[in-house]
Design a protein around this ligand. Structure first.
Ligand code: XIL
Length: 327
């Protein structure tokens, strides 16, 4: 280990030579408004994902009227800065357009709308988006049943296979991902997710990877490595797609140390389990969904509100520094 590297190298400078993707969700408006945010995102990460800009509702507020400004901003930023892009997300029960969620379309019309949406979005960025979260959160919050979502109600469970098939036709080179929360540990929901993706793959559906969101408190998922291994054994790449580690507010120094231990353990587990994609749901506490969605929680990311590195950042840095080079 060279001391000079540990002082000066960014996360991406350590990760890239190892074929490892370290990423963050990004917000297009913040990117435009906040130079510090922009600089840090480009310096530290070799992958980004749109936090909201590629979701159906924000993208398509009126039938057939797409506003790609925010998504384009993010994709262009990634290209300028040599970053890969994760696409998020094609089929989700949240952030749907009002005209669709509260519309009167028949099932056949909904099917045609979804197909066209996937063709439009995946087709626009064909060759520029490495991987897509094709279906997001298809299971009930606690599993193991399929969520009784807008899509399931309108289309039945076939929507799952269709979405992957349409995405594959629109960009045959993109890696296609099933993404969910609560499937990180060994539990009924992860077992159901494994059964689902296994069944789809066996039926010839183009599905390549499973995304474990990893929105957690400072506690490791139950038997994480074992769970990753069973997905990989079934033929799926595994990614951590939305990592954040939520702390009770106001944040205490001991909690920051505990959070660093979790970030360290997560990245170590990823790197020793054959995972090459570790994406956080943001990177600075200045811009995070956590305080807005979880009462009394916050400080979930590796940089603080002043964009200063927290103990969690040092932990990630240390793991990437110590990890043996891959090939
Ligand atoms: C969240 C965004 O961070 C918020 O800004 C938005 O208001 C709601 O969605 N799982 C997902 C993400 O797959 O798309 C969600 O993102 C967080 C939970």
């Amino acid at each position: 280990m060279h001391a000079s590297n540990t002082v000066t190298a960014s996360l991406r400078q350590l990760a890239t030579p190892q074929g490892f993707f370290i990423g963050a969700a990004a917000d297009a408006q913040t990117l435009r408004d906040d130079a510090g945010y922009r600089t840090l995102l480009a310096r530290e990460f070799n992958m980004l994902v749109a936090e909201n800009a590629m979701k159906f509702g924000p993208l398509c507020p009126q039938p057939d009227q797409y506003d790609f400004a925010n998504a384009d901003t993010l994709v262009a930023f990634a290209a300028t800065n040599g970053m890969q892009v994760r696409g998020h997300t094609l089929v989700w029960h949240q952030q749907l357009p009002q005209w669709l969620e509260h519309g009167t379309q028949t099932p056949a019309q909904v099917k045609a709308i979804l197909k066209k949406h996937i063709q439009t979005l995946v087709g626009r960025y064909r060759g520029r988006i490495a991987m897509w979260d094709v279906v997001n959160e298809a299971f009930d919050d606690n599993g193991p049943a399929l969520r009784d979502s807008f899509w399931l109600k309108k289309l039945g469970p076939e929507y799952l296979a269709w979405a992957f098939q349409w995405a594959h036709a629109a960009d045959p080179a993109a890696q296609l991902v099933y993404n969910d929360f609560g499937i990180e540990g060994m539990n009924a929901k992860s077992a159901a997710a494994l059964a689902l993706v296994t069944r789809l793959k066996a039926a010839g559906v183009p599905i390549h990877a499973v995304g474990m969101q990893m929105h957690i408190t400072p506690e490791m998922p139950v038997r994480l490595a074992e769970n990753i291994a069973r997905f990989r054994k079934a033929g799926f790449a595994v990614q951590f797609t939305e990592v954040d580690v939520q702390l009770p507010m106001p944040v205490q120094p001991a909690a920051l140390a505990q959070q660093a231990d979790i970030y360290r353990a997560l990245l170590e587990t990823a790197m020793t389990s054959g995972i090459n994609t570790f994406v956080m749901w943001g990177f600075t506490d200045r811009h995070s969904w956590v305080p807005h969605f979880f009462k009394g929680k916050g400080a979930a990311l590796p940089f603080d509100e002043q964009l200063q590195p927290k103990p969690a950042y040092a932990a990630l840095h240390a793991v990437l520094t110590q990890s043996p080079s891959r090939q």
